[in-house]
Design a protein around this ligand. Sequence first.
Ligand SMILES: Nc1nc2c(ncn2[C@@H]2O[C@H](COP(=O)(O)OP(=O)(O)OP(=O)(O)O)[C@@H](O)[C@H]2O)c(=O)[nH]1
Length: 383
Amino acid sequence: MPQLHLGLEARSILLVLAVLSLQMAFVLFALRRSYPHLRSLRAWAAAPLLCGIASALIGLRGMIPDAISILAANLLLLTGLWLYYAGSQQMVDLEPAPWRWSVPLAAVVALLAWFTYGRDDFEARAATMAASIAVVCARHAWLLARRLQPTLGTRLTFYTALAAIAVKLMLLCFTFGWWSGYADPAGKTLALTFYFIGSAITMPLANLGVILMVTERLRGVFEQLATHDALTGALSRRALLDACAEELERSRRRGHAMALLLLDLDHFKAVNDTYGHQTGDRVLAGFARRVRDTLRIQDRFGRYGGEEFVALLPETDLPAAQVAAERIRQRVSMPSPSLPRCTVSIGLATLQGPGDGIDAMLARADHALYRAKHSGRNRVGSL
Ligand SMILES: Nc1nc2c(ncn2[C@@H]2O[C@H](COP(=O)(O)OP(=O)(O)OP(=O)(O)O)[C@@H](O)[C@H]2O)c(=O)[nH]1
């Protein structure tokens, strides 16, 4: 084991890192049991497990055979680092490709074997590993920067990957003789001290970054469940009414118009009775998708109850709301290749002065809907 400054011992650092990584793996495996649908958790739990075992094996260098403390340990380390990357890929619905990595991995292990048994060369082994780790971290950092939302967790993981790359590049520069001080034993000790301290900082930070990414994703899932209807993806009634209250306040403040559409599928009970409840569910989901496609970004769409939905149209006066409602009606009535045809009746209400409120608008929209139903359905009613 190399000597370090500050009274530090490489073996102790490696064993402490092993314990920390195994603890983190335990936490992540426990999270995986609770949230099995979060695919990334499997790779992210296995990653610190492999890295932890690798650290322990490297730390036991000289006490166990080289084939284990060098070859098996570095193989585990690189696989573990790849698993961090694979977990991030799954976060953005990319399929990890283990076979694509297995060829370079085998080449690295072959090189390490040569630098162990062909000619015993610590510097060459360190350079091989530093370059390989830097490549995996760079690939991971690239993915984090390009594909994931810039949250605290992704930022922490991204900067940790950059820091790990910097540490590895530093070691590469030294081993290639780009710093003359490295030839001197004191310089070498200093370089290795930086290297081990760098690893001691980046490994736990990578685990923390992953834990943060998991909790951020779970928070997103729970928020979605709390505010959206699971079947149609529309806002839940509670979230819809909150959005209405918010928009009403904004319209009042700015003196803007606002419209509200109450949408009710026609003869939906007959759809259920004829084709079954499951097809009825698919019709509802397809209907919601069509309405959402028709609406603008700033419009809100929610499930008011059963087969009744509300579309909230900010900054929309009566003529514009009639155009929007008619567009929805036509879009919904278009035949679909996979679903029974259905139509929608729509009740329309617009904001009537500062004393008006959401309950009053909903009551007017309900009345208009009633009229649309009673004058033949598949139409837009207003008062
Ligand atoms: N499949 C399915 N059906 C639902 C869901 N929610 C409500 N329904 C059904 O929607 C039907 C609504 O029926 P009605 O209120 O009589 O209205 P309708 O048959 O659409 O007739 P009109 O509104 O008068 O045109 C009921 O049979 C409910 O069971 C749901 O989530 N899935």
